[in-house]
Design a protein around this ligand. Structure first.
Ligand code: FMN
Length: 197
């Protein structure tokens, strides 16, 4: 992919090239591919190295994929149905029933970015999703009390935008970012919190 994204400072090109398409080719991923992607996630940093992330996957064409797909909101189900695999990311909120893990979500987010970049390295695309039936997931996936669903990810081979409905075809392009000057502060906060365009 030739990226229209530019950076204000020179960075590794993977950060600019990674993006979240919704068009997939319907080619299933292998377990080897998914476990390779999750291997990268496993090496993410976490507070006290507690590694609170837990991953649930389903390969396209299996009952597990269909179960995970059914737990997405209809909007996401509509395009993620073509993905090669689905991954749900959960995190452990407490390890001993008393001490809360305050960074479980932050740590799981690190793991998400690691798996996204690993997918990109493998020539695949990954698309994060919060549009999930959050109430149903712990029941269907049999979560213990101290496991919290964070997000889902659709992974696969990038498809042609023409496979998407019209309203999604126009959105099928890498997005921009706020300038560094809006999000970085030398010391204390100045200015105002702007809503991204
Ligand atoms: C935690 C999280 C939740 C997201 N939820 C959804 C979603 O439910 N549906 C969707 O189409 N995209 C979703 N996205 C994709 C974001 O909209 C996308 O990452 C963002 O616009 C930046 O674009 P990029 O990933 O192409 O750089 C989500 C991304 C993240 C990280």
């Amino acid at each position: 992919m030739t990226t229209p994204r530019t950076s204000e400072y020179p960075i590794d090109k993977h950060f600019l090239e990674r993006w979240s398409p919704r068009a997939f080719t319907q080619q299933p991923l292998t377990e080897e591919q998914v476990l390779t992607i999750l291997e990268a996630a496993r090496w993410a940093p976490s507070a006290s190295n507690l590694q609170p992330w837990r991953f649930f996957y389903g390969l396209r064409g299996t009952p597990e994929f269909d179960t995970l797909l059914s737990l997405l909101v209809p909007f996401n189900e509509g395009w993620a149905k073509d993905a090669g695999a689905l991954i749900f990311i959960a995190s452990v909120t407490s390890f001993d029933g008393q001490r809360q893990n305050l960074t479980n979500s932050f740590d799981a987010g690190s793991a998400f970015m690691s798996l996204s970049l690993q997918a990109h390295s493998l020539g695949l695309v990954a698309h994060g999703m919060a549009g999930i039936e959050y109430d149903k997931v712990p029941v269907v996936l049999q979560f213990p009390e101290n496991l919290k669903l964070e997000a889902a990810v659709a992974i696969g081979y990038q498809g042609d935008a023409s496979s998407l409905p019209d309203f999604l075809q126009t959105r099928e392009a890498p997005s921009t970012r706020q300038p560094l000057s809006d999000i970085v502060f030398n010391g204390h906060f100045t200015g105002e919190i702007k809503v991204p365009a």
